[in-house]
Design a protein around this ligand. Structure first.
Ligand code: ACO
Length: 329
């Protein structure tokens, strides 16, 4: 089928009220420093969900903004796809709770688990739904409340992640706008490098799991870093090739916001100068599936994406999962 089929008609984002700065970790008894975190990751602060803030509440807020931006009301939504690995409940999907909160009674709603690639995968699934001709308007969201599944005693991980949600409305392409090329990959052989070892079906939650904290996220940081750089570079090449473009044709790159050094390496490989790369990892930390749609919404609202802009997206996450898209706005 010939692209573009699907375009982004609206965006929105939401984060919790509370910003947690690097300096606050010391007061929490965590042996780290603002300098270490900034130098290794580029992160200065991240938002952390408090009482009454849930994945459903953040996603619903982001979705309302995206719907208002696109001029779409809840009854028009045909599908809701939520990229997340930190659902409010293990069952049912958080997407159905969002459906109920929005009053989107016609929509089919489901979660998609691809970690930091969650929004990018979801957007490509939405494109597939549109291609069937049965769906017109899809709400595609990336949202996480990772603060509830990180070990706040593990400095290797707890300083990296943040909470938030980014929402997009995907509709049929008009005037040649939309997804020009798209790419997705996974490699389950590397699953153990970034995972929650226990607390699922294989090792159900019990007192021992709770005591050892093996239900929290665990990560081999250095290994993940190497694979992220390699895979995001390759994914960028694939999307550019698919769109028959090169880095110099790109107006803005929006990479997954995990670490400034990964972002810089990916941009350099794609031959895109840092002035054309959107960075907000300093303010949000790594919000996993939410990172790209939050950045997309900020970029649009700041006027860094205008009609006709060509944008390259690239993501990498647990699984491993990775992928990319080139989109004309
Ligand atoms: N504060 C102070 N010291 C720390 C901290 C911390 N928060 N965390 C780890 N250290 C220590 C380590 O214990 C280690 O000490 P040791 O040498 O005595 O053992 C030392 O710092 C160096 O650790 P390295 O792992 O070599 O540090 P590195 O330069 O690789 O940076 C980091 C670590 C930031 C985690 C990096 O590996 C990284 O960014 N990896 C990718 C992580 C990532 O992006 N994950 C998510 C991608 S996928 C997704 O988004 C789901």
């Amino acid at each position: 089928m010939k692209r573009p089929i699907a375009m982004f008609a609206g965006t929105g984002h939401a984060v919790p009220r509370r910003a947690l700065t690097n300096d606050e970790f010391a007061a929490m008894g965590i042996e780290t420093s603002d300098e270490w975190i900034r130098e290794r990751t580029g992160i200065r602060q991240r938002y952390i969900a408090g009482d009454g803030e849930t994945l459903t509440s953040l996603v619903t807020e982001a979705s309302r903004q995206a719907m208002a931006d696109a001029g779409v009301h809840a009854g028009e939504l045909d599908a809701i796809i939520l990229g997340t690995v930190s659902p409010d409940r293990l069952m049912p999907a958080t997407a159905v709770e969002v459906q109920a909160a929005l009053g989107a009674s016609r929509a089919v709603a489901f979660d998609l688990g691809a970690a930091c690639s969650g929004w990018l995968y979801s957007a490509q699934v939405a494109e597939g739904l549109l291609a069937t001709g049965q769906y017109e308007t899809v709400l595609v969201i990336g949202g996480e409340v990772l603060s509830r599944i990180v070990n706040w005693k593990d400095r290797n991980t707890c300083v990296l992640f943040g909470d938030g949600a980014g929402a997009t409305i995907v509709r049929r392409s008009t005037k040649g706008r939309g997804i020009l090329s798209a790419y997705m990959r996974s490699d389950g052989n590397l699953a153990d490098l970034l995972h929650r070892p226990k607390g699922g079906g294989c090792f159900p939650m019990n007192d021992a799991v709770l005591a050892e904290g093996s239900h929290y996220i665990q990560m081999s940081g250095r290994e993940v870093f190497k694979h992220a750089v390699r895979s995001m570079a390759d994914a960028s090449d694939r999307a550019l090739d698919g769109a028959k473009l090169s880095g110099t044709d790109i107006d803005l790159m929006i990479p997954h916001q995990a670490n400034i050094r990964i972002i810089e390496a990916t941009a350099k490989h794609a031959n895109i100068p840092m002035e054309k790369v959107f960075v907000n990892v300093d303010r949000f930390g790594n919000t996993s599936a939410a990172s790209i749609p939050i950045a997309l919404d900020e970029a649009r609202r700041q006027g860094r994406i205008v009609d006709g802009s060509t944008v390259l997206f690239a993501a990498f996450g647990a699984g491993f999962t990775w992928g990319s898209m080139v989109v004309r706005f």
